[in-house]
Design a protein around this ligand. Structure first.
Ligand code: DAT
Length: 221
Protein backbone atom coordinates (compact mmCIF):
# COMPACT_ATOMS: atom_id res chain seq x y z
CA UNK A 1 0.00 0.00 0.00
CA UNK A 2 2.74 2.41 1.04
CA UNK A 3 4.83 1.28 -1.87
CA UNK A 4 1.92 1.73 -4.26
CA UNK A 5 1.38 5.25 -2.99
CA UNK A 6 5.06 6.06 -3.27
CA UNK A 7 5.23 4.58 -6.74
CA UNK A 8 2.28 6.69 -7.84
CA UNK A 9 3.80 9.86 -6.46
CA UNK A 10 7.10 9.09 -8.08
CA UNK A 11 5.65 8.39 -11.49
CA UNK A 12 3.21 11.26 -11.34
CA UNK A 13 6.05 13.72 -10.89
CA UNK A 14 8.87 11.99 -12.70
CA UNK A 15 6.90 10.93 -15.76
CA UNK A 16 4.79 14.03 -15.90
CA UNK A 17 1.43 12.30 -15.68
CA UNK A 18 -0.26 14.50 -13.13
CA UNK A 19 -4.05 14.81 -13.29
CA UNK A 20 -4.12 18.57 -13.49
CA UNK A 21 -1.78 21.01 -15.20
CA UNK A 22 0.86 23.00 -13.33
CA UNK A 23 1.00 26.58 -14.52
CA UNK A 24 3.60 29.23 -13.80
CA UNK A 25 2.48 32.85 -13.92
CA UNK A 26 5.60 34.92 -14.27
CA UNK A 27 6.72 38.41 -15.29
CA UNK A 28 8.49 41.45 -13.86
CA UNK A 29 7.36 42.40 -10.32
CA UNK A 30 4.22 44.53 -10.59
CA UNK A 31 2.75 43.02 -13.79
CA UNK A 32 -0.12 41.43 -11.86
CA UNK A 33 0.97 37.84 -11.20
CA UNK A 34 -0.50 37.54 -7.70
CA UNK A 35 -3.72 39.33 -8.58
CA UNK A 36 -4.20 37.13 -11.65
CA UNK A 37 -3.34 33.90 -9.80
CA UNK A 38 -5.87 34.76 -7.07
CA UNK A 39 -8.54 35.51 -9.66
CA UNK A 40 -7.82 32.23 -11.44
CA UNK A 41 -8.20 30.22 -8.22
CA UNK A 42 -11.47 32.04 -7.49
CA UNK A 43 -12.78 31.17 -10.96
CA UNK A 44 -11.81 27.52 -10.45
CA UNK A 45 -13.69 27.44 -7.11
CA UNK A 46 -16.84 28.89 -8.61
CA UNK A 47 -16.90 26.37 -11.45
CA UNK A 48 -20.24 24.63 -10.87
CA UNK A 49 -19.85 21.83 -13.35
CA UNK A 50 -18.33 18.75 -11.63
CA UNK A 51 -16.98 17.54 -14.96
CA UNK A 52 -14.84 20.63 -15.29
CA UNK A 53 -13.87 21.00 -11.63
CA UNK A 54 -10.09 21.40 -11.20
CA UNK A 55 -8.67 22.01 -7.71
CA UNK A 56 -6.24 24.85 -8.51
CA UNK A 57 -3.89 25.93 -5.72
CA UNK A 58 -2.04 29.25 -5.57
CA UNK A 59 1.66 28.81 -4.85
CA UNK A 60 3.03 32.26 -4.08
CA UNK A 61 6.81 31.81 -4.05
CA UNK A 62 7.35 35.21 -2.39
CA UNK A 63 5.09 34.18 0.47
CA UNK A 64 6.77 30.77 0.88
CA UNK A 65 10.27 32.30 0.81
CA UNK A 66 9.22 34.73 3.53
CA UNK A 67 7.29 32.26 5.70
CA UNK A 68 9.97 29.57 5.50
CA UNK A 69 12.79 32.11 5.68
CA UNK A 70 14.50 30.88 2.52
CA UNK A 71 16.52 34.08 2.34
CA UNK A 72 20.29 33.76 2.13
CA UNK A 73 21.20 37.47 2.13
CA UNK A 74 19.90 40.99 1.56
CA UNK A 75 20.95 43.05 -1.46
CA UNK A 76 21.18 46.63 -0.17
CA UNK A 77 21.48 48.20 -3.62
CA UNK A 78 18.40 46.43 -5.01
CA UNK A 79 16.64 46.55 -1.63
CA UNK A 80 15.65 42.93 -1.96
CA UNK A 81 16.16 39.58 -0.28
CA UNK A 82 18.23 37.00 -2.14
CA UNK A 83 16.46 33.65 -2.05
CA UNK A 84 18.26 30.35 -1.39
CA UNK A 85 17.11 28.63 -4.58
CA UNK A 86 18.14 25.09 -3.51
CA UNK A 87 16.04 25.24 -0.35
CA UNK A 88 13.18 26.78 -2.24
CA UNK A 89 13.21 24.15 -4.99
CA UNK A 90 13.36 21.29 -2.46
CA UNK A 91 10.36 22.74 -0.66
CA UNK A 92 8.36 23.28 -3.84
CA UNK A 93 9.22 19.82 -5.09
CA UNK A 94 7.75 18.39 -1.88
CA UNK A 95 4.61 20.45 -2.29
CA UNK A 96 4.16 19.47 -5.92
CA UNK A 97 4.73 15.79 -5.13
CA UNK A 98 2.07 15.86 -2.41
CA UNK A 99 -1.49 14.80 -3.20
CA UNK A 100 -0.10 11.97 -5.36
CA UNK A 101 1.43 14.59 -7.60
CA UNK A 102 -2.02 15.49 -8.83
CA UNK A 103 -0.89 18.89 -10.14
CA UNK A 104 -3.07 21.97 -10.37
CA UNK A 105 -0.42 24.30 -8.90
CA UNK A 106 -0.44 27.91 -9.98
CA UNK A 107 3.11 29.03 -9.30
CA UNK A 108 3.49 32.80 -8.98
CA UNK A 109 7.01 34.21 -9.16
CA UNK A 110 9.12 36.61 -11.19
CA UNK A 111 11.77 33.93 -11.72
CA UNK A 112 10.74 31.04 -13.94
CA UNK A 113 13.86 29.44 -15.35
CA UNK A 114 14.97 27.67 -12.16
CA UNK A 115 12.07 25.20 -12.35
CA UNK A 116 12.66 21.90 -14.13
CA UNK A 117 10.95 22.01 -17.52
CA UNK A 118 8.90 18.85 -16.80
CA UNK A 119 7.22 20.32 -13.69
CA UNK A 120 5.35 22.92 -15.70
CA UNK A 121 2.67 22.48 -18.38
CA UNK A 122 2.04 26.13 -19.25
CA UNK A 123 4.16 29.25 -18.75
CA UNK A 124 2.24 32.52 -18.72
CA UNK A 125 4.27 35.72 -18.91
CA UNK A 126 2.24 38.79 -17.97
CA UNK A 127 3.35 42.00 -19.69
CA UNK A 128 2.84 45.66 -18.90
CA UNK A 129 4.77 47.47 -21.62
CA UNK A 130 3.00 50.77 -21.01
CA UNK A 131 5.81 52.40 -19.02
CA UNK A 132 3.66 55.09 -17.39
CA UNK A 133 1.18 52.53 -16.04
CA UNK A 134 3.99 50.28 -14.91
CA UNK A 135 5.89 53.10 -13.22
CA UNK A 136 2.78 54.06 -11.27
CA UNK A 137 2.28 50.49 -10.11
CA UNK A 138 5.86 50.06 -8.97
CA UNK A 139 6.02 53.34 -7.12
CA UNK A 140 2.63 52.90 -5.46
CA UNK A 141 2.39 51.29 -2.04
CA UNK A 142 -0.04 48.64 -3.08
CA UNK A 143 0.98 45.03 -3.42
CA UNK A 144 -1.30 42.07 -3.78
CA UNK A 145 -1.08 39.37 -1.09
CA UNK A 146 2.17 37.45 -0.77
CA UNK A 147 5.01 39.96 -1.00
CA UNK A 148 6.73 42.92 0.51
CA UNK A 149 5.22 46.38 0.36
CA UNK A 150 5.84 48.07 -2.98
CA UNK A 151 6.89 51.72 -3.37
CA UNK A 152 10.07 51.00 -5.33
CA UNK A 153 12.70 53.72 -5.71
CA UNK A 154 16.21 54.17 -7.16
CA UNK A 155 18.02 51.29 -8.81
CA UNK A 156 15.35 48.75 -7.94
CA UNK A 157 12.72 50.83 -9.73
CA UNK A 158 14.91 51.46 -12.78
CA UNK A 159 15.99 47.82 -13.13
CA UNK A 160 12.42 46.57 -13.04
CA UNK A 161 11.25 49.14 -15.57
CA UNK A 162 14.15 48.27 -17.89
CA UNK A 163 13.47 44.55 -17.47
CA UNK A 164 9.86 45.05 -18.53
CA UNK A 165 10.74 47.29 -21.50
CA UNK A 166 13.24 44.71 -22.79
CA UNK A 167 11.00 41.72 -22.08
CA UNK A 168 13.72 40.02 -20.03
CA UNK A 169 11.47 37.49 -18.28
CA UNK A 170 9.67 36.58 -21.51
CA UNK A 171 13.06 35.84 -23.11
CA UNK A 172 14.16 33.73 -20.13
CA UNK A 173 10.88 31.81 -20.28
CA UNK A 174 11.23 31.08 -24.01
CA UNK A 175 14.78 29.86 -23.51
CA UNK A 176 13.77 27.58 -20.64
CA UNK A 177 10.63 26.23 -22.44
CA UNK A 178 11.58 26.22 -26.13
CA UNK A 179 8.67 24.03 -27.28
CA UNK A 180 6.19 25.88 -29.43
CA UNK A 181 3.14 27.03 -27.47
CA UNK A 182 4.70 26.37 -24.05
CA UNK A 183 5.04 30.08 -23.28
CA UNK A 184 2.11 32.47 -23.61
CA UNK A 185 2.45 36.24 -23.19
CA UNK A 186 -0.63 38.11 -21.96
CA UNK A 187 -1.05 41.88 -21.66
CA UNK A 188 -1.87 43.03 -18.12
CA UNK A 189 -2.24 46.79 -18.35
CA UNK A 190 -5.93 47.42 -17.71
CA UNK A 191 -8.07 46.24 -14.80
CA UNK A 192 -10.44 44.22 -17.07
CA UNK A 193 -7.48 42.21 -18.30
CA UNK A 194 -7.02 40.63 -14.88
CA UNK A 195 -10.25 38.67 -15.25
CA UNK A 196 -9.83 38.15 -19.00
CA UNK A 197 -6.37 36.67 -18.50
CA UNK A 198 -7.50 34.49 -15.59
CA UNK A 199 -10.41 33.23 -17.75
CA UNK A 200 -8.05 32.40 -20.62
CA UNK A 201 -5.75 30.42 -18.34
CA UNK A 202 -8.78 28.66 -16.83
CA UNK A 203 -10.06 27.67 -20.28
CA UNK A 204 -6.61 26.36 -21.11
CA UNK A 205 -6.51 24.31 -17.84
CA UNK A 206 -9.86 22.72 -18.71
CA UNK A 207 -8.63 21.91 -22.20
CA UNK A 208 -5.47 20.34 -20.78
CA UNK A 209 -7.50 18.05 -18.50
CA UNK A 210 -9.69 17.01 -21.43
CA UNK A 211 -6.67 16.28 -23.62
CA UNK A 212 -4.79 14.40 -20.88
CA UNK A 213 -7.31 12.01 -19.31
CA UNK A 214 -6.05 10.01 -16.31
CA UNK A 215 -7.78 7.21 -14.48
CA UNK A 216 -8.00 7.20 -10.65
CA UNK A 217 -4.50 5.79 -10.26
CA UNK A 218 -3.02 8.65 -12.19
CA UNK A 219 -2.19 6.43 -15.16
CA UNK A 220 -2.73 7.69 -18.65
CA UNK A 221 -6.23 6.87 -19.87
P1 DAT B 1 2.97 41.02 -9.08
O1 DAT B 1 2.42 39.85 -8.31
O2 DAT B 1 3.27 40.71 -10.51
O3 DAT B 1 4.11 41.67 -8.39
P2 DAT B 1 0.53 42.31 -8.22
O4 DAT B 1 -0.49 41.26 -8.55
O5 DAT B 1 1.00 42.43 -6.82
O6 DAT B 1 1.80 42.13 -9.16
O7 DAT B 1 -0.04 43.70 -8.76
C1 DAT B 1 0.60 44.92 -8.44
C2 DAT B 1 -0.44 46.02 -8.33
O8 DAT B 1 -0.95 46.32 -9.62
C3 DAT B 1 -1.64 45.67 -7.46
O9 DAT B 1 -2.04 46.84 -6.79
C4 DAT B 1 -2.72 45.27 -8.44
C5 DAT B 1 -2.36 46.10 -9.67
N1 DAT B 1 -2.62 45.42 -10.95
C6 DAT B 1 -2.13 44.23 -11.32
N2 DAT B 1 -2.54 43.92 -12.57
C7 DAT B 1 -3.29 44.95 -13.00
C8 DAT B 1 -4.01 45.24 -14.21
N3 DAT B 1 -4.04 44.40 -15.27
N4 DAT B 1 -4.68 46.41 -14.29
C9 DAT B 1 -4.68 47.27 -13.24
N5 DAT B 1 -4.03 47.07 -12.08
C10 DAT B 1 -3.35 45.92 -11.95
Amino acid sequence: MVFALFKRQFYAVALDISKYPNVIITGTPGVGKTTTAQELVEISKSSDSPSSSIPLKHLSVNRIAKEENFYESYDEELQTHVVDEDKLLDHIENLIANGAGEGGWIIDWHVCDIFPERWIDLVVVLRCEDTKTFYERLTSDRKAEGGEKRGYTGQKLQENIDAEIFGVIAEEAKEAWPNEGAVVELISEEAEQIEENAERIWEWCKMWVKDNPRDVDGEEG
